[in-house]
Design a protein around this ligand. Sequence first.
Ligand SMILES: NC(=O)c1ccc[n+]([C@@H]2O[C@H](COP(=O)([O-])OP(=O)(O)OC[C@H]3O[C@@H](n4cnc5c(N)ncnc54)[C@H](OP(=O)(O)O)[C@@H]3O)[C@@H](O)[C@H]2O)c1
Length: 288
Amino acid sequence: MSPLTLTSTYPLPSGHKIPILGYGVYQTPAAIASSVVQHALQTGYRHVDSAVAYRNEGPSAQGIKDSGISRSELFFTTKIPPKDMGYASAKQHIAQSLQETGFDYIDLYLLHAPYGGKAARLGAWKALVEGVAAGQIRSIGVSNYGVHHLEELEAYIKTTDAEEGAGAGGVLSVNQIELHPWLGRKDIVAWCKERGVVLEAYCPIVRGERLEDPLLVPIAKKYGKTTAQVLLRWSLQMEFVPLPKTVTKSRIEENADIYDFELTEEEMKTLDTGVDQPIAWDPTVSHD
Ligand SMILES: NC(=O)c1ccc[n+]([C@@H]2O[C@H](COP(=O)([O-])OP(=O)(O)OC[C@H]3O[C@@H](n4cnc5c(N)ncnc54)[C@H](OP(=O)(O)O)[C@@H]3O)[C@@H](O)[C@H]2O)c1
């Protein structure tokens, strides 16, 4: 494999490509979203991860439009809110996101969380599939799906393909979940990797809560890097798509400066802690 760079991409099952480093905008105030997104794009990021629930789709998209970089080189993600799963509300959100952003299409539309019960999950999925058929969305996926949610979706896709023709059930391209050395999620990761579903890693720097951890500090010293950069490098070498968030311009640059060093196999093993400690919410374990 050729060495990764800031503009490296992975192929998605949809046939489109996803830039491997994403810029997250959860908790980024709408008033500054355009400016920080522009700074990220000037720094070299090509991928922005937003959501309806973040209330900054419009200003994030504005940052993309004002960057002067061609839309075709940039990748924008948004998500159906957890409280609004179901066919009709998902249809409305897709239309609303296009309006808010002013984009002709959304690169990746995810279901934010597996809430609302089976009918709502599959209904919202069907709305995404129709969005792809209508040219409003390029790729679709889920977020916070545990293996049991993924299997429910896979069964639906297979049945729909069998009844209505190949592709009718949609193509699952991404599962976005919390992933870092203290949350390996091996069952979900294995399920997705077996099927070529790309794993996006949220909270890749553990919200800054582990930056003094004795596992990280010596590795950071060895490479002359920060512990945040070590965490992001780990995520890249796990073949995840990390989505670091920061509104601090110097950190935007720091978090992208992760392509001039490589963790050894031994170091990757050290960071495989076997611990499962989410720092955010954990809808992957929900049952309804
Ligand atoms: N699908 C989901 O349910 C879900 C859930 C959570 C997150 N996400 C996505 O994933 C993205 C990232 O997750 P997250 O924002 O929760 O956590 P994160 O990226 O792990 O951490 C963000 C926090 O770390 C700080 N930080 C960033 N870079 C740093 C650095 N180099 N050194 C020290 N501190 C640093 C930021 O501070 P400042 O901003 O103040 O600089 C912020 O407080 C989100 O923005 C969102 O796009 C998705």
